[in-house]
Design a protein around this ligand. Structure first.
Ligand code: 5RP
Length: 223
């Protein structure tokens, strides 16, 4: 079994009957959703899923997991999601799969958040993974220039030369920062730039991290 599968299966055990569950996005969450689908089918587990992307909605529905929109639920008991990097003080980078906006909206409404990752994503300081920033297409070139002037080494994410569109119809600018010494200050700065819809810094939102290393899963409580 690979690490992603091991943490995905383990994460599904945290879901209890009757819960409303935030369903993250990505290749690790894929295994979590597969296992959740198995539990729904074989154990009769009752839950409502709140999806963070069109891809996750499609997968969950294919597996018979009931999905509601975030506006159809009052709150979310537990969200299980992946991450691109997690620092020693439990800040995180997300958005490698371009779903960061819905992931953050779902996270903000969740009572508890579990991230599932393999051990390569646990780092001392964030920043080796380029920080995704979701921006409104209107005026994006000026944001690219601003980020360039700040020395943030921005790259407009694209497929075959065309900017990728998020599920919300926006663009993603990835910032190749190298090392982020103060993720809280950077989040605050990005929060105040007009045209930035959301960024992939998820600072101190996570409660528990399941870290996969082959078949082994380490359970790490965030402090
Ligand atoms: C999507 C995300 C993902 O959770 C993150 O990119 C991790 O994905 P994977 O499990 O495929 O490595 O933030 O926007």
């Amino acid at each position: 079994m690979n690490s992603k599968e091991a943490v995905g299966i383990k994460a599904a055990a945290y879901v209890e009957d009757g819960m409303t569950v935030g369903l993250g996005t990505g290749s690790t969450v894929y295994y979590f959703i597969l296992e959740l689908g198995r539990r729904v089918k074989e154990e009769g587990l009752q839950l409502v899923g709140v999806s963070t992307s069109d891809a996750t909605t499609t997968l969950a529905e294919q597996l018979g997991i009931p999905v509601k929109t975030i506006d159809e639920v009052e709150k979310i008991d537990l969200t299980i999601d992946g991450a691109d990097e997690i620092s020693a003080d439990f800040c995180g980078i997300k958005g490698g799969g371009a779903a960061l906006l819905r992931e953050k909206i779902v996270a903000m409404q969740s009572d508890r958040i579990i991230w599932i990752v393999d051990s390569s994503k646990m780092v001392e300081k964030l920043g080796k993974f380029p920080l995704p920033v979701e921006v409104i297409p209107y005026g994006y070139s000026h944001l690219l220039r601003l980020f360039r002037e700040k020395g943030y080494e921005p790259h407009l994410r694209n497929v075959e030369g065309d900017p990728i569109l998020t599920d919300n119809g926006n663009y993603i600018i990835d910032l190749a920062l190298g090392r982020i010494d103060d993720p809280r200050a950077l989040a605050d700065e990005l929060d105040h730039i007009t045209g930035v819809v959301e960024h992939g810094l998820f600072n101190n939102l996570v409660d528990l991290v399941l870290v996969g290393d082959g078949d082994d899963v380490l359970v790490v409580e965030a402090d």
